[in-house]
Write a protein that binds this ligand. Structure first.
Ligand code: FPP
Length: 241
């Protein structure tokens, strides 16, 4: 029987993950399957991102972190990098007015110093204009890598002059881009790949993983609900019994 043919009740909010990470994978293959350029896949993927982010907020998710551009993505052809940056630019401009109607607090994680100055300004504006929102925190990972994030945190600690004894899990956590946010509960990766790809590696120490055989541009709220149902079934022990 098809997974969505049965009418299902939604997982109650108290059993939902508080913090969800999504690796928005499969845009290129989606475009290739249609004989389109890879950039068309990113355009479609950006639309799905908008829809899923708003849905997560309405559903009561506390933190959503999406992987938009990794530190490794600079290896892609320049035209594809430019297309992703343009999509980000469009999203940021559009969202500055759209954000007014949403209760989402937008933040960016990653090293933004390598991005175009106008994009950096738009990012700062988006963060400032949504800083007092009380709904979901939306972290958009751009030029982000989990290892680079840990190195960045350690460098800050060293620059602060901390002693070896003061380097603790808590002090490292306090210097991550996601400082103060709860740990990741659920990592969701569509596209049939079974990897973490340097994503939130510190924050995912006890996360549950759901991998789905759907390409990101085809991802819908129903797929998300299926992942929430799977998550709610898991028995999380955090190393205990
Ligand atoms: C991975 O698919 C996707 C990316 C590297 C880019 C993700 C970007 C977006 C969804 C659009 C821009 C985002 C915002 C926030 C506006 P892939 O290209 O690796 O796909 P493939 O594995 O099928 O080749």
């Amino acid at each position: 029987m098809g997974l969505f043919t049965k009418k299902r009740s939604l997982v109650p909010v108290e059993y939902l993950p508080q913090n969800v990470g999504i690796i928005m994978d499969g845009n290129g293959r989606w475009a290739k399957n249609r004989g389109l350029p890879r950039t068309a896949g990113h355009v479609a993927g950006a639309k799905v991102f908008r829809k899923i982010a708003k849905y997560c907020d309405r559903r009561g998710i506390k933190v959503l972190t999406v992987y938009a551009f990794s530190t490794e993505n600079w290896k892609r052809p320049q035209a594809e990098i430019d297309a992703i940056m343009n999509l980000l630019r469009d999203y940021l401009k559009e969202s500055l007015s759209d954000f007014k109607h949403e209760n989402i607090c937008t933040r960016f994680i990653g090293d933004r110093t390598m991005l175009a100055p106008d994009i950096q300004e738009l990012m700062a504006e988006a963060e400032e204009s949504t800083a007092d929102k009380t709904g979901m925190i939306l972290n958009i990972a751009i030029n982000y890598g989990g290892r680079a994030e840990i190195v960045h945190a350690l460098r800050e600690l060293v620059a602060d002059g901390v002693s070896p004894e003061e380097i603790t899990e808590q002090s490292v956590e306090a210097h991550l881009y996601t400082a103060g946010q709860p740990e990741v509960d659920l990592i969701l990766r569509p596209s049939g790949e079974y990897r973490l790809s340097n994503y939130l590696i510190w924050q995912c120490a006890y996360a549950e993983y759901v991998f789905m055989d759907v390409l990101w541009p085809d991802f819908t709220e129903k797929h998300l609900e299926k992942a929430f149902t799977e998550y709610a079934r898991r028995n999380r022990r955090f190393g205990g019994v």
